[in-house]
Write a protein that binds this ligand. Sequence first.
Ligand SMILES: [Fe+2]
Length: 311
Amino acid sequence: MSPSPALRTLRGLAAAGAVAGAGLTTYAAWEARAYTLRHVSVPLLPPGHRPLRVLHLSDVHMTPGQTRKQEWLRGLSRLEPDLVVNTGDNLAHMASVPVVRDSLGPLLDLPGVFVFGSNDYFAPSLRNPLRYLLPDDGKRNTHTPQLPWRELRSTFSDAGWLDLTNRHGALEVAGTTFAFAGVDDPHLDYDRLEEVRGPADPAADVRLAVAHAPYLRVLDAFAADGYDAIIAGHTHGGQVCLPGVGALTTNCDLEPARAKGLHRHPADSRDGDPGSTWLHVSAGLGTSPYARIRVACRPEATLLTLTPRRS
Ligand SMILES: [Fe+2]
């Protein structure tokens, strides 16, 4: 007996759904490898200073087998930025430290600063990918083996990059003085804000604060202390976004509207308001190796061009 028209319709819909699902999965796997350089201008230098180029890297989540990502990263040294800011989550494998070092290559010879994220400290594990789309469950991935973060810290520090883990730092870059503050990963509650609170150095030309995860308590503190900009990662820009809508989640308490890109903090403040600062959040270059998908959210590095303020 041949199936009824209703059953044929249901089977047809199921087949179409399976094809669409497979197509979306294939696309999402392709997009996770579609590395993109984003350009952003931030007017925060004192008048008269020459523009400076800051390369913001975040959430690389490197494994030794990710050769396309390694090649793309190696190409970034051609940008010859004045400063590199690395906001953590570099690793996704026990053997990745030399791979990250080789991929960064000449970037390690430039002035740089860094903080770590949870994926520098703890190995990734297979978890429900939908977890990323749901409200934060409060569970932290701290029961997996430790990644070689000490080796990574030595690699960056030995190259001359400033470790901003719950500490201050200062650099002079092409005649412009920077005062930095950073915290350890707020997503793991490793931030020790009390170690870095206090007015940002008024004598510096630029005051930059750095954190892996842009939790509001950290943004509020750095904005109140007078930092010109806060630079962060962690959100993956939402990772799986709806075209025309954007991010559904940030994996922290920052609202999805600021999941990536350049914004103000507080969000409704303006340049020149007391306690208002620039906030740049990178969508990052990677994903968990167990969920290498992105939708409407290209993996990215950002070249921030710091320009003079409009006085
Ligand atoms: Fe990450």
